[in-house]
Design a protein around this ligand. Sequence first.
Ligand SMILES: Cc1cc2nc3c(=O)[nH]c(=O)nc-3n(C[C@H](O)[C@H](O)[C@H](O)COP(=O)(O)OP(=O)(O)OC[C@H]3O[C@@H](n4cnc5c(N)ncnc54)[C@H](O)[C@@H]3O)c2cc1C
Length: 360
Amino acid sequence: MSSRPVLVCGFGVIGLTSAIRLLQGGYKVIVVAEHLPGDPLTAIYASTAAGAHHLSFAADDDARQQALDRRTFDLMWEEERTEGEASALMKLRQVEYYATEGETHLKFYESMPDFRVHSKDELKPFATHTVSFTSLTMDTTPYLHKLVKIFNNLGGTVHRKSLNSLRDALEFEQEPFAIVNCSGLGSLKLGDVMDAEMFPVRGQVVVLNAPWVKEGRTRQVGNLAGGEGGERTYIIPRRSGQVIIGGTREYNDWNAEPVPETSLDIKRRALEIFPELVPPESQLERPPVPEDLNSIVIREVVGFRPARKSGLRLERGHDLDVEGRLITVVHNYGHAGAGWQSCWGCAEEVVAILAKVDST
Ligand SMILES: Cc1cc2nc3c(=O)[nH]c(=O)nc-3n(C[C@H](O)[C@H](O)[C@H](O)COP(=O)(O)OP(=O)(O)OC[C@H]3O[C@@H](n4cnc5c(N)ncnc54)[C@H](O)[C@@H]3O)c2cc1C
């Protein structure tokens, strides 16, 4: 094993989990990133803006993505079991509604605990097909803080810096064993990467204080198309009692500010599939309207999912040529709307790629 440190660019959920697995694998790790957990919410730092729940988007023929999502689910399931009430993760019943004739669930869900296809008699008026199972939600801020604690305890170091290029990171270690690029959407403009396939999929959500809500629900209208297609409405309860309602998928939209009309539409759609979001004391005889949620709104949030036209990039890239010296580069970016649910699987693949480099 190389005694030279690994430089990791990026400290979102992907950089953090990669750094932790590398430290656990015996590498020294130095992270360089512009945004760190604890920073004020900003759309460009996707990990802090996410919902998040574990609902795989892996296509039925995409064994690799299925394995990344599965590994992450299994680890988080065990983590939640051992941590109990103190966990930033929460197990919950998840109901998936499909509203377009002919659309059905992904095969991945059939392996989830308590999976069940709902019978025709059980169908709601807004769904043509429904399944339910048990899944997990992640409370993103406390989970990231927990990861930072693990990282620190393992001896990782972190520097805040906005990099113009990957090679800028060499300021912190001139002779690294490798550079691991976990810069998310930053890979669009980061020198030595400049991946023109990267683009933002804007997502706007509303955060509610609704501790009485303990079930996750999603309604998909139209085709999922690999995770970012159609219209998706979701309700994501967190252990803290906060509930994230969403969402939107706006391709190439860089507007970092919440749009009030969008929040109104999100509330309307959320109430269609989850009228019990309205505080129990103010539930009325009439159907609920978006304004009924106003008293429990905590904030509106916008985030940019780091999407990539040809999908996730998790591989060894071209070596970086620094005045004739070649430095190994491994990429782990472009997770779009699936970075939380695949993070540990991806992190372990980074270590496996570097282990191969180490053994040659
Ligand atoms: C509204 C919304 C809902 C979502 N819901 C879910 C969900 O339910 N489940 C799920 O699995 N995923 C979900 N996601 C997606 C998930 O949030 C992302 O896939 C994931 O956060 C990507 O993590 P990342 O670490 O690659 O990127 P980021 O969190 O964006 O982190 C990138 C890191 O790289 C650093 N960086 C970038 N460029 C530079 C540079 N030039 N110099 C220095 N540092 C740089 C940044 O500062 C940051 O530290 C959601 C996203 C959004 C926006």
